[in-house]
Each structure stands twice: as structure tokens, then as C-alpha cells.
Design a protein around this ligand. Structure first.
Ligand code: PMP
Length: 323
């Protein structure tokens, strides 16, 4: 779908997958006006296909667009585009019963050609799809994390809450540092004090204190994950309390070592929920609990995945039937 100044959104098309042809002076290539989303289509037990909270992705896409001075795509248009692609590609949605899905990647780029720094006057919104395998084919495994003190992902007033490629470009070197320290993922801390936990590479974090789950509050520099938001609400269904708060790295270590912090997990569209095991930082290393996935982590993971795949009743009205 195209957007042109003065004309708005027009020319929706469903076309075979093919390379894009871009002018070398396309403004996206120089000034990075680019935003994207990620969501999954699952096959339900009756063979129908549904998306999980696509309206929430559409709303986040609008918030990202506003921050990048791009036009907002109406929620209904975003969802209708996802629906149209899934209908077209329904044979690619795996059977019910596993964790496989069809991953959708909606994105928007500038279409104008020019070398001046200003918002473009033309944009292109596209959705592509790719089959996604189970994140943990051999069973859920804890990840090890590196607390990044050298790099920050986002600053107050910056673009951290937007899903834009630049945030991920900023994360690549930190992710390489985490790998060099023997860790699977980087954990981002706040930009001012390097002390408050924000989020993980492509996931939000949750801290489990017995029957209470706590996630870092939305400071503006971390992404408001749809999985994060769903868990804040789902927790009550399973008899847990949930809250948003501030967690420092010192508190993480202290509460982990004194046993009050019983589990830590990360959550996002890709892995749904991933337990966090070993934590490393420049000042030391510790392991959460016995290093195995915790009970609350696994219970929440199953409850959420069951709703997403249609194996359990969706009392929150989160699933959107496509076909
Ligand atoms: N934080 C970041 C930086 C991410 O890229 C993602 C994945 N979109 C998340 C958190 C989790 O968000 P969601 O639950 O919407 O997938």
C-alpha cells in the first residue's frame, strides 16, 4: 500500500514475493525512516487460522510512525493487510499441535528520492510472511544474559519505544559483546545510571517473586511488548499478582542470591516465554535458582501459547480469526 502527501493511503496490492527496486537516493537508505512489526498466525484445532492481538501491533505501529514522523496507517488497514496475506498463504500455516507458525513482518519505508534531511512525502507499507519453526525444538532451555554497561539501546527522548531498525542496529555490537562473554543475549540497562533493568535483546523481562510477577515499567526507552502486556493481564487468571516496577541490577543479584527472586524470564512473539538462567556482568556472575526453567515460567508459557494456538478458551478476546 502506498502513501502520498495530499492523497493518503492508496493502491493496495497483493503481489508475488519479489525484490524491491529502490533508487540509490531513496531517503530510507540514508535517513532510516523505517518501522516494522512482528506477529504470528497459528492454526487452531478446528483447522482455522488466527492472529494474536493484531490490533495491538497496529497501534504500536502507529506510535512508531508518529515518532519517526511517518504517516499513521489506520488499524483496520493494518489488520486487513495481514488478513489478506494469511488468506493467500494459508497453506504455509503449519498444522495445530506444535509451536510452529507463519510469522508476519509488516513494515513501512520512505519512498521519496532526495538527499535533504526531512520527512519524506511518499511511503510504502508492505507485509511479508515466513514460516517460523518452534523456538525450542528440544524443550524450553534457559538463556544466559550479559548485562550491558558499555552500550545503551535507547536514551530518554529517543526512539526506544518505537520498533525501528535503528534500535536494532544499535544493538548488534552489544549482542556481539554478549556472545564474546559466552552469553546468549544482551540485557539493556537505563542510559543515565546504567543500573535499572530495561529489556533483553528482542524481549521484555519478568521477575518472579513467589506468586507475584514484576516487569520493568515503560520508561519510554523500552519496547511495549504485546506479550508483556498480555502476561500482566493473564497472570491473574492463574492466581498470580502482576505489577510494573523498577528493578536494579543490584536488586536482581541480591534477591536471586537470597532466594526471594524465584524465577526470571523473558517474553516476546518469537519465543513466547524464555527462562533466564545465568546472568553475567563486568562485576560478577550468578545463576538464577537451580538454572532450570521455573514452574511459574512454564505455567505462564503454556497458558499463553494455548490461547494463541486455540488450544484453550480465549476469555480476553485476544485472538483474531482470519479464515
Ligand atoms: N523488546 C524488543 C526490543 C523487541 O524487539 C520485541 C519483539 N517485538 C519485544 C521487546 C517483545 O515484543 P512483543 O511481545 O510484542 O513481541
Amino acid at each position: 500500500i502506498k502513501w502520498t502527501e495530499g492523497r493518503g493511503w492508496h493502491d493496495a496490492q497483493l503481489t508475488p514475493y519479489a525484490p524491491l527496486s529502490l533508487d540509490p537516493a531513496n531517503m530510507t537508505l540514508h535517513y532510516a525512516q523505517e518501522i516494522f512489526e512482528g506477529l504470528k498466525a497459528y492454526r487452531r484445532p478446528d483447522g482455522s487460522i488466527s492472529l494474536f492481538r493484531p490490533e495491538a501491533n497496529a497501534e504500536r505501529f502507529q506510535r512508531s510512525a508518529r515518532r519517526l514522523a511517518m504517516p499513521e496507517l489506520p488499524v483496520e488497514t493494518f489488520v486487513a493487510a495481514c488478513d489478506a496475506l494469511v488468506q493467500q498463504d494459508q497453506a504455509w500455516v503449519p498444522p495445530h499441535g506444535g509451536e510452529e507458525s507463519l510469522y508476519l513482518r509488516p513494515f513501512m519505508i520512505a519512498g521519496e528520492v532526495g538527499l535533504g534531511v526531512r520527512p519524506a512525502n511518499e511511503y510504502l507499507f508492505i507485509v511479508i510472511a515466513s514460516p517460523a519453526g518452534a523456538y525450542f525444538p528440544g524443550g524450553v532451555q534457559p538463556v544466559s544474559v550479559w548485562l550491558s554497561e558499555n552500550y545503551v539501546r535507547a536514551v530518554p527522548g529517543g526512539m526506544g519505544f518505537a520498533k525501528t531498525g535503528g534500535n536494532y542496529a544499535a544493538s548488534l555490537l552489544a549482542q556481539a559483546e554478549a556472545a564474546a562473554k559466552g552469553c546468549d543475549q544482551v540485557v539493556w540497562l537505563d542510559a543515565l545510571e546504567h543500573k535499572w533493568v530495561e529489556e533483553m535483546g528482542g524481549m521484555n523481562l519478568y521477575f518472579v517473586y513467589g506468586d507475584k510477577i514484576v516487569t520493568p515499567e515503560l520508561t519510554g526507552s523500552l519496547l511495549a511488548g504485546i506479550t508483556r502486556d498480555s502476561l500482566l493481564r493473564l497472570a491473574g487468571d492463574l492466581g498470580y499478582e502482576s505489577a510494573e516496577g523498577r528493578i536494579s541490577t543490584d536488586q536482581w543479584r541480591r534477591d536471586s542470591e537470597n532466594g526471594t527472586l524465584t524465577e526470571v524470564f523473558a517474553c516476546g512473539t518469537a519465543a513466547v516465554i524464555t527462562p533466564v538462567g545465568t546472568v553475567k556482568s563486568a562485576s560478577g556472575e550468578w545463576t538464577q535458582g537451580d538454572g532450570k526453567p521455573g514452574e511459574v515460567t512454564l505455567r505462564l508459557r503454556k497458558a499463553l501459547l494455548d490461547i494463541q494456538t486455540g488450544a484453550a478458551e480465549d476469555v480476553h478476546g485476544w485472538t483474531h480469526k482470519v479464515c
